[in-house]
Design a protein around this ligand. Structure first.
Ligand code: AMP
Length: 188
C-alpha cells in the first residue's frame, strides 16, 4: 500500500504520518525530513535547499526529484510507503506518476488533511521550527495555495483522494485517518 499525505503546512501531516507508518509498517518518505538532513549534512543540494527553505519557497524540482528517486529505489519502499511533503505541485505529481509507472508501482490513496487557514497560522506560530517565523509562514501558505492545493482536484480526478477533517486535537484526527485507511485497506 502506497500512500501520500497531502495538506497545508501546519496541517499535521508529519505528526500523523508517524502513527500510520508504525501501524501499517510502511516506509517513511518525508521530503521535509530528507531536505533537513541534507541541510545538516551540508551537502551541495542541502546548501541550495536551505536558501529556499528558509525563505518558505519550494526547493527546485531537480533537487527534490533526485532525492525522491533515490529514496523510492531503497528496498524498504517495496512493501509500501507513506509519502509526506511530496508532491507539492502538479509538475511533481506527474513526475512521480511516471517514476512509479517505470517501476510498476502506483499510489493507492491520497489522504488530504483539511485544516482551515486560521488554525494553520495559529499552529505554525506555536511550533517554533526555524522556518516558522511569521514571514516564512505567510510565504509557505501562499506557496501552498498556489502550487500544492491544485493537487486536491488532481487526485480527486484520479479517484485517489480521501478527505479527512484535520481540525481538533491530535487523537481525534488520528482516529479519523485510521478509520479512513482501515476502510481503504479492508477493500483493497
Ligand atoms: P515540510 O517539512 O514538509 O513542511 O517542508 C519544509 C520545507 O522544505 C518547505 O517549506 C519547502 O521549502 C521544502 N520542501 C519540502 N518538500 C518539498 C517539495 N516537494 N518540493 C519543494 N520543496 C519542498
Amino acid at each position: 500500500m502506497n500512500i501520500i499525505f497531502l495538506g497545508a503546512p501546519g496541517s499535521g501531516k508529519g505528526t500523523q504520518a508517524g502513527a500510520i507508518i508504525d501501524r501499517y509498517g510502511l516506509a517513511s518518505v518525508s521530503m521535509g525530513d530528507m531536505l533537513r538532513q541534507a541541510v545538516s549534512d551540508n551537502t551541495s543540494a542541502g546548501k541550495t535547499a536551505n536558501e529556499f527553505m528558509s525563505a518558505g519557497k519550494l526547493v527546485p524540482d531537480e533537487i527534490v526529484v533526485k532525492i525522491i528517486e533515490d529514496r523510492l529505489a531503497k528496498s524498504d519502499c517495496a512493501n509500501g510507503f507513506l509519502m509526506d511533503g511530496f508532491p507539492r505541485s502538479i509538475v511533481q505529481a506527474k513526475v512521480l506518476d511516471e517514476m512509479l509507472n517505470r517501476t510498476n508501482k502506483k499510489i493507492d490513496h491520497v489522504v488530504f488533511l483539511d485544516v482551515k487557514e486560521e488554525e494553520l497560522v495559529t499552529r505554525l506560530k506555536g511550533r517554533g521550527r526555524s522556518d516558522d517565523t511569521e514571514e516564512t509562514v505567510r510565504a509557505r501558505l501562499q506557496v501552498y495555495r498556489q502550487n500544492t492545493e491544485p493537487l486536491v482536484e488532481y487526485y480527486k480526478s484520479l479517484s485517489l483522494l480521501r478527505h479527512v477533517d484535520g481540525a481538533g486535537d491530535l487523537d481525534s484526527i488520528a482516529s479519523r485517518i485510521a478509520n479512513c485507511l482501515h476502510n481503504a485497506f479492508a477493500t483493497s
